[in-house]
Design a protein around this ligand. Structure first.
Ligand code: SF4
Length: 121
């Protein structure tokens, strides 16, 4: 597995399939309009059915599953995403988020939580 690096980020990343990034207490997954359509298509649902089943009332975030886990997180020895090919952009970019790069406290939390994030020395 090749570690991923991005300019300006002080760490490298290689997913270890912990699923921890999909179960952050207080976290939420933003879903844009085009992502709603893609996920609904992938699941074979109308957009209305997808929204009522999987989105919060504001229409812009996924509902939680058990506890603070994403409703699409599949547990197991290796966690997986049930909508991986059409997962939202925010999920695709984990952990290379500007707010993680710019906030030392958040960066420290991410490094504790995600076994795939290691300092880039
Ligand atoms: S949509 Fe998939 S990748 Fe994104 S938080 Fe949920 S389980 Fe994780």
């Amino acid at each position: 597995m090749t570690d991923e690096r991005r300019e300006g980020f002080p760490f490298r990343f290689a997913c270890r399939r912990s699923g921890n990034c999909c179960a952050i207490p207080g976290g939420f997954v933003r879903v844009r309009a085009e992502e709603r359509r893609a996920i609904a298509d992938y699941l074979g649902l109308t957009e209305a059915a997808f929204s009522s089943r999987y989105l919060e009332a504001d229409g812009g975030h996924l509902k939680d599953g058990l506890g603070s886990r994403c409703v699409f997180l599949r547990d197991g020895g290796e966690a997986a995403c049930n909508i991986y090919p059409v997962r939202p952009q925010k999920c695709r970019e984990w952990p290379f988020w500007p707010e993680v790069r710019d906030d030392p406290d958040l960066l420290a939390q991410v490094q504790r939580r995600c076994p795939g994030v290691t300092p880039d020395t």
